[in-house]
Structure formats: structure tokens, C-alpha cells
Write a protein that binds this ligand. Structure first.
Ligand SMILES: [Ca+2]
Ligand SMILES: [Ca+2]
Length: 192
């Protein structure tokens, strides 16, 4: 039972079981939780009589090609989904959803994302059978892997390709010279 004690290093959800304070795009007035790479949230959720709590945690991806993994460990059968379109609530599911049960993760949600704003959506899988104070606890762990930085990615799109060569040639002579061209060619394809 992860609900019985907050483990070290997790941040509380700040929505008591039964409240509706982070329903994101499910809510009449959108309210959000927040999460960032490397963070663990300890929270609760409920599901009774065909209705269920949903918790939405916004986050920002800084660089194209970032792989985000969201692991849910919940006392109840749970689902975690990475979604885009949160600014306008035109929601799209990114990558694969993750699942959990019996206090453990079954599989994480994983997606490779472009720079932008996203959210993790977590909820009980079934709309019944998750009770406050009984089996309401969860931990949500988010990790991110950013792609390697490419020294000659002059256009900041994550790769060294023809666009960077064009950028170099457009300012040939000042500052770029033959040594720089050789270095770029040695770095060619980085991040692709
Ligand atoms: Ca909740
Ligand atoms: Ca909620």
C-alpha cells in the first residue's frame, strides 16, 4: 500500500482524495498539477459509481527528441498517458500508455517528444472500485533522456545536417573557415 506513508523524495499531489483540484482538460475550470523530469509525485485517486478522479500534471520539454518515461505505481488498477495539446485542450495521446496495479508498475508510459508543453494524465483504469483511504495511493515517477548535444548543430534542431552547412556557408569567412568546415563534417549526422 503506497498510501500509508509518503516515501522519501516525493512531492505531495496537493489534492486530497475526493477533491477536484487538478482535473486538467477533464475539469470545467482547468486546474493543473505540475511535474518535472526526475520528480516523483505521491498522490491519491478514487473511482466509484461510474465516476473517477483524474490527475493532470503539466510539464515542459526543452529539446526535440527528448524521451519521457512516466511510471505509475498505484494501489488501484491505474493508467498513465502522456498527452500533447494541453494549452488548448485539443488532446492527443503521445507514445504508449502505461499501466499499474497492486502498488506496482506494469509498464511505463513512454514517448519521444518535440520541444513543447505536455501533461501526464493519470486515473484509475476502471470507473469503480477505488476507494479513498482503502486503495487510493499512487506514486508517479517521471524521467527524461535528452538527446546528446551536437557541437555543430548551428540551427539548434538537434542534428547536424544540410541546414547547418547552409548556415555555415552563409557566413563563410566571418566567422567560419576551413577548419570549422572540417570539424562540422567530422560531426556530420550527429543527433540524426
Ligand atoms: Ca488525485
Ligand atoms: Ca484530480
Amino acid at each position: 500500500m503506497v498510501s500509508q506513508a509518503l516515501p522519501d523524495g516525493c512531492r505531495a499531489e496537493l489534492e486530497s482524495c475526493g477533491q477536484d483540484l487538478n482535473g486538467g482538460c477533464d475539469a470545467v475550470v482547468t486546474q493543473w498539477g505540475m511535474i518535472s523530469c526526475g520528480e516523483t509525485i505521491c498522490g491519491t485517486a478514487w473511482a466509484t459509481a461510474g465516476d473517477r478522479d483524474s490527475d493532470w500534471y503539466r510539464f515542459v520539454v526543452e529539446r526535440d527528441g527528448t524521451e519521457v518515461s512516466a511510471t505509475l505505481e498505484s494501489d488501484f488498477p491505474g493508467i498513465v498517458v502522456i498527452v500533447s495539446g494541453v494549452g488548448s485542450c485539443q488532446i492527443d495521446i503521445e507514445g504508449q500508455p502505461g499501466y499499474s496495479d497492486d502498488g506496482l508498475s506494469v509498464s511505463p508510459a513512454i514517448a519521444t517528444l518535440a520541444a513543447g508543453e505536455y501533461a501526464l494524465y493519470i486515473a484509475p483504469y476502471y470507473a469503480t472500485g477505488t476507494l479513498c483511504g482503502i486503495n487510493d495511493g499512487y506514486e508517479l515517477i517521471m524521467t527524461c533522456e535528452t538527446p546528446p548535444t551536437c557541437a555543430w548543430d548551428l540551427t539548434n534542431d538537434g542534428t547536424v545536417d544540410a541546414g547547418d552547412l547552409a548556415a555555415m556557408l552563409s557566413t563563410w569567412g566571418a566567422p567560419y573557415e576551413a577548419d570549422d568546415l572540417a570539424a562540422m563534417l567530422a560531426d556530420w549526422g550527429c543527433g540524426a
